[in-house]
Ligand binder design. Structure first.
Ligand code: GN1
Ligand code: MG
Length: 360
């Protein structure tokens, strides 16, 4: 009851019209707390909203997160012709958030839909690729300098590499000896993994708006047609490289196994899934990319797999403080899986790039 009153007060702050009907906690995500709240409008129809409490431990500057989200969603909403755009409601003083009882809240439109954590269906994967490609395309004319870097150095691969080797050197838990093989593999591919960061530094790749969490479970699909309706979880929208958004999607969805498969013999790039996502993504955004961007998409997938492998390994060496684990060596297993995937992709890089070119 107490929570219900709180949600009603929040809805009033966001100027929701009609009478309150019900609310429910939606058990999604590991970071924020999400509620679906339903109102009956004056004419009798029901309308639902997502009311979300943002985790301010993870997002230390939530106003900056909302600044980014507000600009990006309004830009997309102004031109969107496909799907259903996200719409963050504003308060009377034009803010997309409120503080209530020391918590940080926001409210956006509820979109009836279905989501997938993993996906074998290549048609759905193509639709996911189209959704992320459309996101890029809609933001191709958006000046990324307007955005805050809400998590500094998020995809600064050389910095991630430095951190890993520094932590392996300090070795607070005495684990470095057991991961020598992984460290030496990472060193052997570090130049390739840092190549895109180098190009970025030298101004050879344009800075765009990137989503930075391009997993398939962040796409809402139409229940009946399986077409993508919108992309959610915009908390990490920041300036970045298009190849990283593409690459993170490939790393997470086009693996023959899960992200943390312990039997690395099972880990490889699934070429069918890769082709399906690529077809959708490149088909939507390919024409608005520079030649160099196009030529680095496949490398972006390798980069993201190595970088993710480094992040998991760093967290393992540091005592699992960042990623939630389900068993003691979970981060090590995740790291090995990502590195095995990177290895397989590096062997097939030309083949991967050919698929990109096929759909440009
Ligand atoms: C984290 O928590 P989740 O699944 O949204 C991480 C991503 C990693 C992913 C790996 C803000 O995302 O960068 O790719 O784990 N997000 C952040 O599973 O660090
Ligand atoms: Mg996320």
């Amino acid at each position: 009851m107490e929570m219900e009153q709180r949600l009603r007060d929040i809805c009033r702050s966001f100027r929701i019209q009609g009478s309150y009907v019900e609310s429910e906690l939606i058990p999604v995500g590991n970071v924020n707390k999400t509620y679906k709240v339903t109102y009956r409008r004056e004419e009798g129809t029901l309308k639902s909203y997502i009311v979300q409490q943002v985790n301010t431990f993870v997002f230390r500057k939530p106003e900056q997160v909302m600044h980014n989200i507000d600009l990006v969603t309004e830009h997309i909403r102004a031109k969107s012709t496909e799907g259903i755009p996200l719409h963050f409601h504003h308060t009377a003083d034009r803010k997309t958030y409120i503080y209530a009882d020391d918590a940080f809240w926001r409210l956006y439109n509820y979109i009836p839909s279905v989501t997938y954590n993993t996906c074998e269906n290549t048609e759905v994967l193509q639709h996911a690729g189209e959704a992320f490609g459309r996101f890029q395309k809609n933001l191709a004319d958006f000046n990324a300098e307007q955005l805050y870097e809400t998590i500094p150095n998020f995809h600064n691969t050389p910095e991630r590499l430095r951190t890993l080797f520094e932590d392996a050197e300090k070795d607070p838990l005495g684990l470095a000896g057991s991961v020598r093989e992984e460290l030496s593999y990472i060193r052997s591919v570090s130049s390739q993994a840092c190549e895109m960061a180098r190009m970025q530094r030298e101004g050879r790749l344009p800075i765009r708006v990137t989503h930075n969490d391009t997993k398939i479970n962040n796409v809402l699909f139409d229940r009946n047609t399986n077409r993508a309706l919108t992309i959610i979880d915009l908390d990490t929208v920041m300036p970045g490289l298009v190849g990283f958004d593409f690459g993170d999607a490939i790393r997470s969805t086009a693996n023959t196994s899960g992200e943390d498969e312990r039997d690395i013999k099972k880990v490889a790039l699934d070429m069918k899934k890769y082709e399906a996502f690529t077809r959708g993504f490149v088909g939507k955004v390919g024409a608005s990319l520079t030649e160099r961007e196009k030529s680095t998409l496949a490398l972006g997938a390798v980069t993201m797999a190595v970088e993710c492998g480094m992040r998991f390994l760093t967290d393992y060496l540091d005592g699992d403080k960042y990623f939630r684990i389900r068993y003691p060596e979970h981060n090590l297993a995740r790291s090995r899986c990502q590195l095995a995937l990177a290895k397989n992709m590096l062997e097939r890089l030309d083949e991967m790039q050919k698929v990109v070119e096929k759909y440009i």
